[in-house]
Design a protein around this ligand. Structure first.
Ligand SMILES: [Zn+2]
Ligand SMILES: [Zn+2]
Length: 146
């Protein structure tokens, strides 16, 4: 499945947060995940096992979790979605910190179609007010592709 075909609702909020975390570097260990998300290591292990069945991550025992190429693309989409929602909320008058926090509570339920249309409406911003690089996600609707 190409990134053009995703609807953005493939992952639960928790799994999407894990994917974003794995984007920081290769070889993220279960213990790091447990401490980052304040969950039991067995919970982290269970979610990793589920994510391993997708084509988004690879898990290597004693090394940890690493995003696949497709996983990196998906992480770029997740970051772009967050960034664009923050752009939108700031555009309608919210302050940056509140917008960033509010986006984190509902961004996982916003379909890719809405994200792409927001991108168009706002003139394809390259960076969110909270510092997210929006342009690194090339799966969208940005100028040149239209
Ligand atoms: Zn933010
Ligand atoms: Zn765009």
């Amino acid at each position: 499945m190409s990134m053009k075909d995703i609807d953005g609702l493939e992952l639960s909020p928790k799994k999407a947060e894990y994917i974003k975390f794995f984007a920081s570097r290769a070889g993220v260990k279960t213990t790091e995940i447990a401490s980052k998300f304040n969950v039991d290591p067995s919970t982290a292990t269970k979610i990793i096992a589920e994510l391993s069945k997708t084509d988004l991550i690879t898990y290597t025992p004693y090394y940890g979790c690493t995003l696949t190429y497709r996983g990196k693309e998906y992480a770029n989409f997740l970051n772009r979605r967050h960034g664009l929602i923050v752009c939108l909320l700031v555009d309608v008058g919210m302050d940056i910190d509140s917008a960033c926090e509010a986006a984190g509570r509902f961004e996982y339920f916003v379909p890719k179609m809405v994200v792409d249309n927001t991108c168009k409406k706002l003139g394809h911003p390259e960076r969110s007010p909270c510092g997210i690089d929006i342009s690194s996600d090339t799966c969208c609707c940005c100028p040149g592709e239209e």
